[in-house]
Design a protein around this ligand. Sequence first.
Ligand code: DP6
Length: 353
Amino acid sequence: MSSNTAERGTITWQSPSNIALVKYWGKHGNQLPCNPSLSMTLQASLTETTLSYQRRKEPVGGVKLAFTFEGKRNETFENRIAEYLNKLLPDYPFLAAYNLNIDSSNTFPHSSGIASSASAFSALALCLMSLKELSESKSDEAGFYREASRLARLGSGSACRSVYGGYTVWGDVDNIPGYSDQYAQPLKSEVHKAFQSYYDAILIVSGDKKKVGSSAGHSLMERHPFAQSRFRQAQEHTAALIEALGAGDLERYIEIVENEALTLHALMMSSLPAFILMKKETLEIIEKIREFRRAKNIPVAFTLDAGPNVHLLYPAAYRDETVQFIQYELTELCEGRFWIDDAAGNGPKQING
Ligand code: DP6
C-alpha cells in the first residue's frame, strides 16, 4: 500500500527510451510535429525518476524545485525542468502547491551518446500525472497515459512516444483516423508475430555530446528546400510501415526504416548550416550490416538518430547469429567496443505509490 497523500509523498516511474523507425524531424507551434513518426519502445535503456513532494505552507510565486541527477545537484537540468514546469503552471496550478524534489538516473552510461530526453521527459511526465491524480481527480487509464504523453511532448517531442510499450505512433496520419499531433498512442492496428519480439543492438560509435541540439536541428527544417516533400514522404512511410508491421513484411520494413535513417542524415547534410553527424565507423558498420544481410539472408536493418551511433534492428528468431556478427565484426568499430543489447519493451513502470 502506498503511504502517499495529497500532502506529501514520493512517486517513482521508470521509463524506457524509444527508437524512431519513421523520424520526427521538424516542428512548429508549441512542440507540434510537422509529420507523423512511428517508434519502437526499448527495454534496457531507462530513466528512473523520483518525485518527492510536500505541500507548501504559502504557495506563492512559481514552481519550487530542486533537481538532482544521480544524487548530485545539476543546475542545467534544473533550469530546463523549472522552465518546463513553469510553462505548465497555467493549466496545472497544483504544481505551485508543492515543494518538488526530483532525482533522476539512467541505466545507460552518461557518455553513451544515447538520447536521454525521451526517457527523461516520459518518466517525469508520468510522475507529474501521478501527483495530479493525488491532488485532483483521477482519470481512466487511457486518459492518464494520453495526458502523460501530451505532457512529455511539451518537454521533448520524442518523449511522448515513450509512455507506451511496443510500437507507438505520434502525429496525424493522412487517411488513418485516430492519431494525433497532441499526443502519441500505441499502434492501433495488428502487429504480425514476426515483429512482436524484436531486438535493437545500439552500437556506440561515439559518446561525444551532440553536435546539434534537437531544437536547433528541428529548426533547420523551417527553411529547408526539401521540407514539404519530406513531410509528405513521412506520411507515406508511416502508412506503409503500419501496413508492413501488420503483414509481417520484413523486406518492406527494412526498406522504409533504412531510408528514413539516411533521409534524416541527408536532410541534415543539405541544411544551412549543414551537419555531417555520421563518422567513418558509422558508414563501415552500415556497409557490414548490408553485407551480412545479403550474404546470410538474415533480415537485419539499421537506423540512426541525430548522431553517429547505429541501431541494429533484428527479429528474435535470428538472435544467436546476429549477436555473433556484432561481436566478431562490429564491436571493433565501436568506441571502447561498447554496445547496448536492447530490445522492444513493454513501456514505463511505476515503482511505488
Ligand atoms: C532524430 O524529441 O529530441 O531522434 O522535441 O526538440 O526535444 P525536441 O526533439 P527530440 O527530437 C528527436 C529527433 C530524432 C527522431 C525521432 O526520435 O523521431
